[in-house]
Design a protein around this ligand. Structure first.
Ligand code: R5P
Length: 296
């Protein structure tokens, strides 16, 4: 029997879509916050496999609640716990960039590997770590690529003239994977980050975008500063921005408004993180990967 999909209250819509795609059912995890900030969770226990749908944006809050829920599921008879975390936070700090810093990716990965039997995620930010299996040692690790669903979602927005633009070298694999099925041209820049919200981008071949529709592609939109700077350079080069597409969008309402003010519209992302940009459902791709890995 396919495992139930357990989820926290704010993830009901995406968890229900996943459960439907798996031919299973969703079960809410009840959550209560005490006045001192502690959380109490209550699950609907069931034997067999428990799928826990919990994207790890806002990870400092979600991780504790997740660990509590997994423990309760195991206490209630779950023999196998599969974490479905379409967005996996803390992946960017994969080395100590400065003396004394924690290697957050390693810490969080080991914590998840201890708690779960398998992890399913989407386009984790693994630029220096060879594979997801290295992040969560000893458990099954499934990395789902969002490019096919993003390509399908933007198909109606682009024409053969459209150029897909990645702001930096790290975005290249995503831009190329989205462009390939659509047969589109690609332009990739170089970025230097000076601070959380300060980036410098060079688009050496920006002349190729002149007079053409340009759609920005990245794995992650956080503050949106990267896309705004990229759009500024493209506009200066004579391109017409027709939108942006990313796997994950963490941007606040204010940052989304700034993207719109910079002429970047629509901003589309998968539903890995709840928010106004999350218009591309991942349920079918997640369900296919879960079934293929024998995790349902
Ligand atoms: C960086 O390597 C990522 O691919 C994104 O470009 C970056 O995280 C975006 O951040 P922000 O939106 O804050 O500029």
């Amino acid at each position: 029997m396919t495992g139930l999909v357990h989820h926290f209250p704010d993830q009901a819509a995406a968890a229900e879509r996943l459960a439907a795609a798996l031919g299973s059912a969703a079960r809410p995890i009840a959550l209560r916050s005490f006045p001192d900030g502690e959380s109490l969770v209550r699950v609907n226990p069931a034997p067999g496999t428990a799928l826990v749908y919990c994207p790890l944006d806002q990870p400092d809050t979600r991780l504790v609640r997740l660990l509590l829920a997994i423990s309760a599921l195991r206490d209630g008879g779950a023999e196998r716990v599969v974490l479905v975390a379409p967005y996996l936070g803390y992946m960017r700090q994969d080395v100590a960039f400065n003396p004394g810093e924690a290697v957050s990716q390693r810490v969080i990965g080991q914590m998840l590997a201890t708690a779960c039997d398998a992890l399913v995620t989407v386009d984790p930010h693994l630029h220096r770590t060879p594979s997801l299996a290295d992040v969560v040692p000893g458990i099954v690790a499934v990395n789902v690529a969002a490019a096919p669903v993003i390509a399908e979602a933007i198909a109606g927005l682009v024409t053969p003239e459209t150029i897909l633009v990645g702001p930096d070298g790290e975005s290249r694999p995503w831009v190329e994977a989205v462009a390939r099925p659509l047969g589109l041209d690609v332009l990739v820049g170089e970025k230097v980050r000076h601070g959380d919200r300060q980036v410098e981008i060079v688009l050496p071949a920006s002349a190729r975008a002149a007079g053409r529709p340009a759609l920005l592609v990245d794995d992650l939109i956080s503050s949106g500063g990267t896309l705004r700077e990229c759009a500024r350079l493209l506009t200066a080069a004579g391109a017409r921005i027709v939108g942006a597409a990313a796997t994950h969008c963490l941007a606040s309402d204010a940052d989304l408004a700034a993207l719109a003010a910079a002429g970047i519209a629509p901003v589309m992302a998968t539903d890995s993180v709840v928010g106004p940009a999350a218009t591309i459902p991942l349920a079918a791709a997640l369900a296919a990967a879960i079934r293929q890995a024998g995790l349902s």
